[in-house]
Write a protein that binds this ligand. Structure first.
Ligand SMILES: O=C(O)C(=O)C[C@]1(C(=O)O)C=C[C@@H](O)C=C1
Length: 95
């Protein structure tokens, strides 16, 4: 295998793990939506988002990636809240 092929094979392995974890995160976010609906809570919790973001920034070995990680988590929160919003809409439709 030449170098590019090898590097792409490593990216493919990482992507497979990312997809698995992404799907798990979204499923848990969906469960959180059900809890929030049952307990009359809002979708967004800015404090929790800050906490999650800071905890994960602290895990970086190379702080140069911090702006990229901030973007990555902003996208995760956005998609997570979209999943929750879809559930909220479903539940309020027939009430
Ligand atoms: O922890 C929550 O309350 C969630 O709904 C999960 C989550 C997340 O995706 O991490 C999503 C929305 C909130 O604004 C905060 C965090």
């Amino acid at each position: 295998m030449d170098e590019l092929e090898e590097l792409r094979a490593r990216i493919d392995e990482i992507d497979a793990k990312l997809v698995e974890l992404f799907e798990k995160r979204m499923e848990i976010s969906h469960k959180i939506a059900l809890y929030k609906i049952a307990n009359d809570m809002p979708i967004t919790n800015d404090e929790r988002e800050k906490e999650v973001l800071n905890k994960n920034i602290a895990r970086l070995k190379d702080r140069g990636f911090e702006p990229k990680l901030v973007e990555f988590f902003s996208m995760l929160f956005k998609l997570s809240k979209e999943v929750q919003n879809e559930e909220f809409k479903k539940q309020t439709k027939y009430q």
